[in-house]
Design a protein around this ligand. Structure first.
Ligand SMILES: [Zn+2]
Length: 244
C-alpha cells in the first residue's frame, strides 16, 4: 500500500512542471517541537506563566510587558528549537534535481535556509531576523537568546524586536501576494505536515488550480480525501524514500 503511494508520488513529481511545497507545524513536530498553541503544551505554558500562549505571544503583550514576553519567547522558543529532520535534506535534494520550485512555511525557525532552499518563503518571519525598534540595527538570534531580560541595542539602547508575526498581527501583505502567486503557479502542490483546510494555509490552498494536490501529514484529517494523494505519515518518513 505505502510502496504504491510512494510510486505514485514519484510519478506526480516527475510529471509536474512546477511544484510548490507548503510546510506546516507537522514539520516542526517531527523535529521534536510542539507548537505553543497545541493543547498539551498550551496547558503547561498557562500553568507556568499564568497567561495563555495566544496572549503571551501577541503584539499587545510584547508592547506592554516586554520583559515577560522575552522570558517566554527565549525559554519556550529559542531554547527549545526543533531539530532539522531528514525532510529538509530531502527537499533540498528535490530542489537540486529540479523537482521542487518553491517552499513556503509559517514556521519561524528557518530550516529551509539551513539546507539552502533558493525560493523559500517564510510567511511569519524568522527568529534569526532581529531588528532594533529604534535605529533598525540588525541582530543575530544568539544575541537575543543570550541577552539578560529584554534585549537592547548596543548603539541606541532601543528594544530589539524579532521579525516574526505575533498573534493578532497582520501578515506582511507582500508575503501574502508572493505566496498566493506561487500557489496559483503550481502544477503540483505538496502539503507537508499540514491539512487542506489548516487555519494558516487554507486560504492559500484555495488558489490552487494545478493538477495534483498531495497531502503528507501524520494527523488524519477529514478534508484530506479531497487530495489526489494523501499519505498519513510524518514527511520525514516519506520524502527521503523518493530517492532524489
Ligand atoms: Zn538601535
Amino acid at each position: 500500500m505505502m510502496e504504491k503511494k510512494i510510486e505514485s508520488l514519484k510519478r506526480i513529481l516527475e510529471e509536474s512542471s512546477y511544484t510548490v511545497a507548503i510546510c506546516g507545524s507537522g514539520m516542526m513536530e517531527e523535529g521534536g517541537y510542539l507548537g505553543v498553541k497545541f493543547q498539551e503544551r498550551a496547558y503547561d505554558i498557562e500553568e507556568k506563566y499564568g497567561v495563555s500562549p495566544e496572549d503571551l505571544f501577541s503584539s499587545s503583550y510584547f508592547n506592554t510587558r516586554p520583559e515577560q514576553f522575552f522570558r517566554f519567547y527565549k525559554n519556550e522558543m529559542l531554547h527549545h528549537m526543533p531539530e532539522k529532520t531528514e525532510s529538509w535534506d530531502a527537499l533540498a535534494a528535490m530542489q537540486n534535481a529540479g523537482k521542487l520550485q518553491c517552499v513556503i512555511t509559517a514556521n519561524i525557525f528557518s530550516m529551509g535556509k539551513k539546507v539552502n532552499l533558493q525560493n523559500f518563503i517564510e510567511l511569519h518571519g524568522s527568529v534569526y531576523n532581529n531588528k532594533c525598534s529604534r535605529c533598525g540595527r540588525l541582530y543575530p538570534m544568539e544575541y537575543v537568546r543570550d541577552s539578560k531580560g529584554i534585549p537592547v541595542c548596543e548603539s541606541c539602547n532601543g528594544m530589539i524586536r524579532p521579525q516574526i508575526t505575533l498573534f493578532g498581527e497582520m501578515v506582511d501583505s507582500r508575503l501574502i501576494t508572493q505566496v498566493t502567486d506561487e500557489v496559483e503557479k503550481a502544477d503540483t502542490l505538496l502539503l507537508l505536515g499540514t491539512a487542506i483546510n489548516s487555519e494558516v494555509f487554507g486560504q492559500y490552498v484555495r488558489y490552487f488550480n494545478g493538477r495534483k494536490l498531495v497531502v503528507i501529514h501524520q494527523r488524519d484529517h477529514h478534508e484530506d480525501h479531497k487530495a489526489d494523494l494523501s499519505i498519513i505519515e510524518q514527511p520525514k518518513n516519506i520524502l527521503p524514500l523518493l530517492g532524489y
